[in-house]
Write a protein that binds this ligand. Structure first.
Ligand code: FNR
Length: 360
């Protein structure tokens, strides 16, 4: 009989047991001392919730809209690479779970299934995440393919001019596996003949000269809305607005890039204030509980994205595992809303939480 799992954190232990060590370490790992990795989770724990009582919470409505699309709840699946490391069905299984739970999936540029396979397997609402390689024609081709098979937005990840130092991967000599339809390899074949490790591949292939001026180039190759993922300061949020982007994802890449960058929940409010409602602000990093989602919404996020728990669910139980992860987080958020006196997403306000700064 399958082990009883009661929260999403428990999927991590199962994933650790079922995955080869190098794969688990790659997924779980963070940059250098993993300070930010711990902080992403801990900073949520230092916030408290201010519940309101005697509000009619007999019906809770978690549904919301993201870029105009109706979704069951304010959570999305973050773009994470190489799902076939976790499960043979890879991103197709993840997309099916997103469709079943009516949440948006952001497909990674490092996907191990093609954009078309993921598009045709189910009716999930999909966004497409991209990196920009020195070979711009590769991004152009993939963005056009994604657009023509119905992806609804482009998510440009801007925190990876080079790959962060992930020491477990160095010890494990983690190399890019030979996976079916791994589109990222297309470009590696172009850029490098050697069997690259993940870091060598990234450092050699990614365009470290990418800057704000290039947003207009990206605009010129797609009609889709563009979200920028990896903003951690008010200054860059304002630059993003000046570049006419359509949304901001506050993210430190799950603490895999710059160690000692701030926990995302601790800078969310600064960015929300800078943006002044001009575009939607989303966040990811360390979201493991419905209460975390509630806290992020209270600080002004329109939705959160979930990274590692989704891959752990996939590793543990395939599509059903991802679905369980999503449903657990939704159920926890629903309960949190009921116990805090918030029948609908719009009822969650800044007054419902206390941050560390509030206590100073
Ligand atoms: C990522 N992340 C990521 N981000 C991105 O923009 N493109 C990518 O290809 C990947 N790949 C990737 C692989 C793995 C194994 C992980 C764990 C993460 C970062 C991801 O989108 C997200 O920002 C974080 O995972 C969110 O933090 P949590 O939820 O994992 O704590």
């Amino acid at each position: 009989m399958a082990e009883e799992i009661v929260n999403v954190n428990e999927f991590e232990e199962i994933a650790r047991r079922v995955l080869p060590k190098a794969f688990y370490d790659f997924i779980a790992g963070g940059a250098e001392d993993k300070h930010t990795l711990k902080e992403n989770v801990e900073a949520f724990r230092r916030m408290t919730i201010r519940p309101r009582v005697l509000v009619d919470v007999s019906r809770i409505n978690m549904s919301t809209t993201i870029l105009g699309y109706n979704v069951s709840s304010p959570l999305m699946l973050a773009p994470t690479g190489m799902h076939q490391l976790a499960h043979p069905e890879g991103e197709v299984a993840t997309a099916r779970a997103a469709a079943a739970s009516k949440v948006i999936m952001v497909l990674s540029y490092m996907s191990t299934c093609t954009v078309e396979e993921v598009a045709s397997c189910c009716d999930a609402i999909r966004f497409y995440q991209i990196y920009i390689y020195k070979r711009r024609d590769i991004a152009t081709l993939l963005v056009q393919r994604a657009e023509s098979c119905g992806y609804k937005a482009i998510v440009l990840t801007v925190d990876t001019p080079r790959l962060g130092r992930r020491e477990a991967d160095m010890k494990n000599k983690m190399t890019l596996p030979q996976l079916r339809n791994f589109e990222g390899l297309l470009s590696m074949k172009v850029a490098s003949d050697k069997e690259a490790n993940v870091k060598a591949f990234t450092d050699e292939t990614f365009d470290a000269s990418l800057n704000w001026k290039d947003i207009s180039w990206l605009r010129s190759i797609t009609k889709l809305p563009i979200l920028v993922k990896g903003i951690l300061t008010a200054e860059d949020a304002i630059k993003a607005l000046e570049a006419s982007i359509d949304g901001i994802i506050v993210s430190n890449h799950g603490a895999r890039q710059l160690d000692y960058s701030p926990a995302t929940i601790s800078v969310l409010e600064e960015i929300v204030h800078a943006v002044k409602g001009a575009v939607p602000v989303f966040m990811d990093g360390g979201v493991r509980r419905g209460t975390d989602i509630f806290k992020a919404l209270a600080l002004g996020a329109q939705a959160v994205l979930i990274g590692r728990p989704v891959i752990y669910g996939l590793a543990a139980r395939g599509e059903g595992g991802v679905r369980t992860v999503i449903e657990m987080l939704k159920n926890e958020l629903e309960l949190t809303m009921a116990l805090s006196g918030c029948p609908a997403v719009k009822d969650i306000t800044r007054h419902h939480v206390t941050t560390e700064r509030d206590r100073l």
